[in-house]
Design a binder for this molecule. Structure first.
Ligand code: HEM
Length: 410
């Protein structure tokens, strides 16, 4: 992939969604960091945006109040409707990750207690049990597709249990969230996604009505209670919050486990080191997050006023995309950034973002990642790739970075 210059005023097209882009992303980012760290480009939907690739700039923008998440005050109704159709946007995108203070603060405060390290530590026993049960099901087969049989079910079971979604309904969430996320990023797919949207809303309606009548101990009950009693949450925000927690709770951790196992298999010395020293698991997880993080790009931000960075003028209303994956390989921040080293010190990666939108689920993701990798290596120490690594495919996805499948033999 080559970079075209911005100097003529035409912003080159960049399909950040495609598997092809994912395959070549790291060398591309490296060139951008050196030559055009604030890169103006056009998304497939015609939207012009700026791609930020250096660590220092990424960190600064994530913390900068001039870059906001809710573009309603900046863009015209037509521009917004072109990006997200009204009905879907109102019901599913009214969540903390698309809000600015004070709404953001109010929404985050409603759920943050459920995600503190102390609360999450209380789930350790259950997550371990789930990891063991999933491996019981594959151990005698001698092979598995790690993504479908282990990396995906573990986090979806954890977040669904927190929310109170019954086991028989969990699998459909993956299909639903895949289709809806794609549609939000590719307006041409909206029409096709409408039936999925209807099924999702119907399911949520049913679940919310049920909790109104029979309140239980789960997170959905607590949120329904906040909506009816405290006037702290509108109905649209309630739908959007549940949608965000389901999507963020599994679309990401599946990739932490998948990308982590791949990185270890491709670096056998590191793998052996971890097997011998399981106490290195925390720094291993941090290194996977840095080296092959599940979230490649932070969610869209908009400039609330003109901002000059180097020779680029980002104008009020322009969209900005921070490439977390690129910042995490920035040579000015990390020594030998392309080296996968599970003992790396001072690993201040940006894989969970930074600032007020710093990942709410980070303690949960870390716990799931640690349990998943350690249990896998303890129970199935002789893992091998069952496919030529060159032919592995990255999922076409705008924000995340994860494998479509990871076939293993043992
Ligand atoms: C390894 C797994 C995960 C990674 C790498 C990850 C990464 C991120 C990143 C980068 C952001 C900030 C995005 C931005 O600023 O544009 C974020 C926000 C968020 N994440 Fe995660 N995440 C992970 C797992 C989870 C889990 C398990 C949950 C649980 C529900 C979760 C819930 C959230 C929520 C609710 C936000 C929005 C926070 C806010 O706007 O204040 N994440 N995550």
């Amino acid at each position: 992939m080559t970079i075209s210059s911005n100097m003529n005023n035409e912003a080159p097209k960049l399909d950040l969604f495609s598997s092809e882009f994912k395959e070549h992303a790291y060398p591309f980012y490296s060139t951008l960091r050196e030559r055009e760290p604030v890169y103006r480009f056009t998304l497939p939907n015609g939207q012009i945006a700026w791609l930020i690739t250096r660590y220092k700039d990424a960190q600064a923008i994530l913390k900068d109040k001039r870059f906001i998440k809710n573009p309603h005050t900046l863009l015209s109704r037509e521009q917004i409707n072109m990006m997200f159709p009204t009905m879907e946007r109102d019901l599913l995108l009214n969540h903390m990750l698309s809000s600015d203070p004070p709404d953001h603060t109010r929404l985050r405060t409603l759920v943050h207690k459920a995600f503190t390290p102390k609360m999450i530590e209380g789930l350790r026993g259950r997550i371990q049990e789930v990891a063991d049960t999933l491996l019981d099901a594959v151990q005698s087969k001698g092979k598995m597709n790690l993504v479908d049989e282990f990396a995906f079910p573990l986090p979806i079971i954890a977040i669904c249990e927190m929310l109170g979604i019954p086991p028989e309904d969990r699998n459909q969430f993956r299909d639903w969230s895949d289709i809806l996320i794609e549609a939000f990023n590719r307006p041409e797919k909206i029409q096709q996604a409408r039936p999925t949207f209807q099924s999702f809303i119907k399911y949520m309606n049913h679940m919310i009505e049920d909790r109104r009548k029979n309140s239980t101990e789960d997170l959905v009950s607590a949120l329904v209670h906040a909506e009816t009693e405290g006037e702290k949450l509108t109905e649209k925000e309630l739908y959007s919050m549940i949608f965000l927690l389901i999507v963020a709770g599994h679309e990401t951790t599946v990739n932490l486990i998948g990308n982590g196992v791949l990185a270890l298999l491709q670096h056998p010395k590191q793998l052996e080191k971890l097997k011998k020293h399981p106490e290195l698991i925390s720094s291993t997880i941090e290194e996977v997050l840095r080296f092959s993080g599940p979230v490649e790009l932070a969610t869209n931000r908009w400039a609330d006023e003109d901002v000059q960075i180097y020779e680029s003028l980002i104008r009020k209303g322009d969209m900005v995309v921070v490439a977390l994956a690129s910042a995490n390989r920035d040579e000015t921040q990390f020594e030998n950034p392309d080296l996968f080293d599970i003992t790396r010190q001072n690993n201040r990666h940006l894989a969970f973002g930074m600032g007020i939108h710093y990942c709410l689920g980070a303690p949960l993701a870390r716990l799931e990642g640690e349990i998943a990798l350690l249990t896998l290596l303890r129970r199935i120490p002789n893992l091998h790739l069952n496919i030529d690594a060159e032919t592995l495919k990255w999922r076409p996805s705008y924000l995340t970075r994860g494998l479509i499948e990871l076939p293993l033999v043992f």
